[in-house]
Each structure stands twice: as structure tokens, then as C-alpha cells.
Write a protein of this length. Structure first.
Length: 295
């Protein structure tokens, strides 16, 4: 279990580091960084796909596509949903919108809980209802403050659940499905990189080392994340996922963004909601450990 915990925290640290790393890649735009990241990560993901043995699921998916060509539209939609998230992750820190994106990641697990309740009829515990209430208070303050949540926050908080639910509906919630999502994005990535991909490298030679390093960080983070999900329990994996948005906030503050006085009533209730979910998960794991020890 310890190895899984280390890998999960390491993945979050690498994703947080990549958030900051993107600011070192000037004069590349967020779109160009997204393109290079995908282009350099896809070969590694291909190797991981073969190593994991999920190629059989990918072949089955291609078989379904041959029998049902209309499935292609749904697969393109799935790819677009995750692609825009990967782009936003690279774009936000370059444009001073890191805090808005981090807020979306804090809201994400709460939206997932509510989606599970209303879409899949999951039962919510008292802790989860309390967390949802706290988050609602934070969202209500933001609605009163500026009339709504930022588009970056909404894109993360609503876009990822839509992506996960679509993958579940399509039966593509496996490594082969993720690989296909990335492959479909490849033409867009090449378009973003541009017809003269190495032109910025000539005027900024440091990019020759920094851009490949971006691929290494992205690929390593992805590997740690996938292997961690297979080494520890789902509950513990979910709890550790909160490490990443905390790091994103720290990186955003490091880059010069600030939480305004009137924004604290948005952030504090949402952070409280996250703390409630973490506490519930910790109590669950402790009770489960005690029950196993007594058995």
C-alpha cells in the first residue's frame, strides 16, 4: 500500500510541477504546449498500453467501431471532452487563471458525488450531504459576488464528470479508451504546434531541453497515476486525489495570483467541503481496518 500512496502523491506533485513548468516555456502559447505535451506523451502511453495488457480491450473497441460506425461520433465527443481539459491545464497558468482552475478541481469530487446521486441513484451519507451544503454556500457567494462561477471553474467541475459518465456509458473506461481519446486529438495537437514547429526553438534554444522534459514529466505523472490506482483501494485513491488541487493553488499563488478578500467566502466553504469528504474517507478506512483486525 505504501508504494501506491507514494506513487499517487508523486503523480499529484508532478502534475502540480507541470502546472508551473508551463510558464517556463515562453514564447510557446498554451495551445502549442498542449500540442507538444500530447505528441510526446502518446508514444509512452502506447508502451504502457502494451505493458498493461489492455490491448485486448482496445481491439474489442475497434471491433465495435467497425460494426457500429456511428460510435465514432461518441468517441470524438469523448476525446474532445478530455482534450479541452488538457488544453486548459496548460493555458490557465500562462494567463493568470490558475486559481479558477484549481477551484474547479476542488469542486470536481463534489459534483461527482451529486452526479452519482442523481444520475446513478447512489445513496449519499450524512457527511456527503454536509459537504454538498458547504460547497453550495461557497458557490452561492460566488454567484452573489460576480453573478456566476468563472468559465474555467465550470469547465473543470462539469466537464470532467461529463467525460467520465460518457466513458462509462460507452464502455471505454480503461487504458485503451484513454489511448484512443489521445490518438483522436493528435491532428489537433499537430495543428496547434504549427507548420513551423521548431521556429520558437531557434530564437529560444532552452526549449530544446525544456519541451522534451515536459514530455518526461507528463509521461511519468501519468504512469504514477495509473499504477497507483491499481495498488491502493479506490477510497484511499480518491482521498489522495485532493493533493493535486492543493498544489495547484500553491503554484497559482507562487505565480503571483491572489485570493481577494471577498473571495474567501467562496474558497473557505468549498475547502471545508473537501475536508469533510476527506474526514469521512479517513473514518471509513479506519473502521474498515479495525473490522479486518477484529475478524
Amino acid at each position: 500500500m505504501l508504494k501506491g500512496v507514494v506513487l499517487s502523491v508523486g503523480a499529484s506533485a508532478l502534475f502540480g510541477g507541470m502546472y508551473y513548468f508551463s510558464t517556463l516555456l515562453e514564447p510557446l502559447t498554451g495551445e502549442q504546449i498542449f500540442g507538444w505535451r500530447l505528441l510526446l506523451t502518446l508514444p509512452f502511453l502506447t508502451g504502457l498500453l502494451y505493458a498493461s495488457g489492455d490491448t485486448a480491450k482496445l481491439r474489442a473497441l475497434f471491433g465495435r467501431l467497425r460494426r457500429q460506425p456511428s460510435l465514432l461520433l461518441a468517441l470524438i465527443t469523448s476525446s474532445a471532452l478530455v482534450g479541452v481539459q488538457l488544453w486548459l491545464f496548460m493555458w490557465a497558468p500562462l494567463h493568470g487563471r490558475g486559481l479558477q482552475v484549481s477551484l474547479g478541481y476542488f469542486l470536481l469530487p463534489l459534483v461527482m458525488v451529486l452526479a452519482g446521486r442523481w444520475v446513478y441513484r447512489d445513496k449519499l451519507s450524512r457527511w456527503q450531504w454536509l459537504a454538498a451544503g458547504c460547497a453550495t454556500a461557497g458557490v452561492a457567494n460566488e454567484l452573489l459576488r460576480i453573478g456566476g462561477l468563472s468559465w474555467e471553474t465550470l469547465l473543470v467541475a462539469l466537464g470532467y464528470p461529463a467525460y467520465f459518465m460518457l466513458r462509462r456509458h460507452l464502455g471505454t473506461d480503461h487504458l485503451g479508451g484513454l489511448w484512443l481519446d489521445m490518438l483522436i486529438q493528435l491532428p489537433v495537437a499537430l495543428l496547434f504546434i504549427g507548420a513551423a514547429p521548431f521556429a520558437p526553438f531557434v530564437s529560444h534554444p532552452a526549449l530544446w531541453g525544456l519541451v522534451p522534459l515536459l514530455g518526461v514529466i507528463s509521461a511519468t505523472a501519468l504512469a504514477c497515476y495509473i499504477f497507483a490506482s491499481r495498488l491502493i483501494s479506490f477510497s484511499l485513491f480518491g482521498l489522495l486525489s485532493y493533493v493535486e488541487p492543493v498544489l495547484l493553488v500553491l503554484v497559482s499563488l507562487l505565480l503571483g495570483e491572489r485570493i481577494g478578500a471577498n473571495e474567501w467566502l467562496t474558497y473557505l466553504p468549498i475547502w471545508t467541503a473537501v475536508a469533510v469528504l476527506v474526514l469521512e474517507g479517513a473514518l471509513y478506512l479506519n473502521n474498515r481496518r479495525a473490522a479486518l483486525a477484529a475478524a
